[in-house]
Write a protein that binds this ligand. Structure first.
Ligand code: AMP
Ligand code: ZN
Length: 113
């Protein structure tokens, strides 16, 4: 398995872990784009949102709830934050193991670039 994020889960590659449980890992993005930039990922390898199946509803819900909980811990829940799943080329997906970006701590622009 050559997946970068699977290697982060197995500790073959180090990361700055923010949260971990049986199903979910969250770690700081190595190239943060905001004062808070955390990636929330399932421990099970799923390449893109296009590959989700009905049985994945629980884990996707866990990712969203965990992102909100981390935002609360970081003190940015009330001020606001952005959560993003990039999918495939046009969205700029570079790592093909789904990850929910949690960005906050500064004012975000809309529409995104
Ligand atoms: P995406 O472009 O949506 O696929 O996002 C991939 C993200 O992974 C980017 O924001 C990268 O900065 C981040 N990233 C790549 N390698 C690492 C790493 N070793 N540790 C933490 N984040 C990483
Ligand atoms: Zn993976």
């Amino acid at each position: 398995m050559s997946c970068l994020f699977c290697k982060i889960i197995s500790r073959e590659i180090p990361s700055s872990i923010v949260y971990e449980d049986e199903h979910v890992l969250a770690f700081n993005d190595i190239n943060g784009q905001a004062p808070t930039h955390v990636l929330v990922i399932p421990k099970r390898h799923i390449e893109t949102l296009n590959d989700l199946e009905p049985g994945d509803d629980q884990i996707v819900g866990e990712l969203a709830r965990r992102a909100a909980a981390i935002a609360k811990d970081k003190g940015i829940a009330a001020s606001g934050f952005r959560t993003v799943f990039n999918t495939n080329r046009d969205a700029g997906q570079t790592v093909f193991h789904i990850h929910l970006h949690l960005l906050g701590g500064r004012k975000m622009a809309w529409p995104p670039g």
